[in-house]
Ligand binder design. Sequence first.
Ligand code: DGJ
Length: 740
Amino acid sequence: MIREKNNVFYLETENTEYIFRITEGGYAEHLYYGAKLNDDNTVPFEDKLFFVRGSCIEVDDVSRRISMEHFKSEFSENGKGDVREISVDIVHADGTRTCDFVFMSSDITEGKYELEGLPSSYAGNDSVMSLVVKMKDNNSGSILELIYGVFEKANVITRAARIINNENGSIRLRKIMSSQLDLDEYKQYDFVGFAGAWAYEMNMVRRPIKAGITSQASFCLNSSSRFNPFCMVCESKACEDYGEVYGFNLVYSGNHYESAYMDVFGKVRFMQGINPSEFGFVLERGGVFVTPEAVMTYSGSGFRDMSRNMHRFVRENIVRGEWKYKERPVLINSWESCYFDIDEDKLFTLAKTASECGMELLVIDDGWFAGRNDDTSSLGDWSVDADKFPSGLANLSDRLKSIGMDLGIWVEPEMISENSDLYRAHPEWAVRIPGKKHALGRNQMLLDLTDNDVRQYITDAMRRVFSCADIKYVKWDMNRIVSDSYGNGSTDNQLEFAHRYVLGLYEILGTLTSEFPHILFESCSGGGNRFDLGMLCYTPQIWGSDNTDASCRVHIQTGYSYGYPMSCVGAHVSQCPNHQTRRVVPLSTRFDVAVFGALGYECNLDELSQLELGQIREQIRFYKKYRKNIQSGDFYRLMEDENEIQWMSYDDAAGTGAAMIYRKRVVPGASFSRIKLCGLKPDAVYEFTGGEHEKIMTTGDVFMKAGVKISEGFVHGDNENDARFLVDDSTRIYILEERK
Ligand code: DGJ
């Protein structure tokens, strides 16, 4: 709900409230973001700015003189004394850089606003209102729109900004953020980001915010595994179930920037948007620039509730289309099974065994198109390799149907190999500075998505691929980052290249996903190098990491779970020894970790023993029984220490859930594991079963407050019958069912 009273705007969700006002002089002053309040009176928490300190700059705000340096602003600007980090920086038509944005008008509407050319959240089954506050620059006449969306049930507030050039000539945008949040000075805050690399995604980095700038960014062209755009600012004592936590994300797949600037008094300014170092946009008179959408949520009770808000929001208001809540198929992927060594018969044999185990879809990964026998060639030439598939892919999909399997395919549409017919015909379509030597990544170059002809080529080529057989699933990969950036669609100003590339990508994805609504799309970028809300607007799931070792995956997936529901993380059971780490981890562990995500298998089934195939059959039977509950349930991180991780997913409507316990090393004498469950109905009675012996019936209240102690995880001479037979890297899954 959004209300305005005496120039104060109240943005309320079920449990949170965001308040700002327009001062007498027309400035947008932030007042509060936190737990919902039961009184509209803002006087108690307004800043008491009685005088302007020492060397600060004074701004006349009609009835008071203020310094912008100490003002909690909704969107800070350059040139009027706010010498902290600012949100908008413009070179005006006359070459000056000062802005003085003051209130013009506001518009509150039911429903969700749209952002032209960009993906953004939508109302879904939530009740959503939008607010646009129009500000005019006293100096130049240009317009700044501050855009807000309020998602009542999700407890989320979205933001964006729009600039309209009203000046007598072109202006240059040097920086424009999507959101800014000025926080009061009385708390010690931490900045929590998720840093990573290839096969090493989503490692939590928690830093105390000190005077100055604490920041993170992507410079890769995509949102990147280096720093995921999801991050948090929390009070320094915050943990899973205690403390004030703000969660932030950006609906964007390009270079992003997040920072927390603390002044010497302890006021913290958070901002998030397109990375200004890789950006600069020229707007002609009348031209409009709209930022990507930022997402914010607040929890007064720790990370867990913040994550739950984000999960619900992503599931209900970001992911869309036919596959939004549809149970995702169990797939077998050819990559770690066969790499480039594929052909129709080999894949059919793999699929046959997979189908006997209960799997539902075969994904032909890399290597299916003409001339592609390793990673040095052929990207861009999207025709089926006639040697490997002499009867085309349609023949394989027909054969698969006869054994109850569907067909999926891998593509990497944004890329071009130098050794390809496409490059020979159109070298100018590759991203490279004309006449200069270009650096390769995985032997390939990017296609220039700022160029209309290139976008048309990719769209047509993919249309043909997706229609050449009964394709039910597409894995959209992207295996390099940018270098030597240059776009034909941004020839006058190469600082526009990165953002225009992302807009081009969204145009292609928008066209293809709406033309092929039945296809389940999974995004991928050498694993999690583009795991963001922008991609999730088109693809309901993203391959979490090329690291398929469950003992690493359990950490990577825990990292994702802070900002994203596990149902959008592609997770596979792969071969042992693991192909990335050579580690041997039990098959049950590999399954128990993958089962919380969108499950697949990625191993050569025909090399497995009958015993292992029997285990896999049993795993898939189990998964199919609980897949709906696990995929649509609320996910909780129950606990984590040096030797143990516990997760849980619970479907409240069905009263069914699953809890997982991961023991890294067997340590005789170590304490019992205790699982304290979350999210249950206190008075309902549940049965908890699983592991070796556990079969316990009690109330949700007992399970949540006292928890369940699990039997010992090591053996003791002949007294072993009561123990869990664990080896290092062992897991157990327990099922929880409400007894009505
Ligand atoms: C990188 C992906 O992350 C892998 O899963 C696989 O699809 C390869 N690319 C294929 O080249």
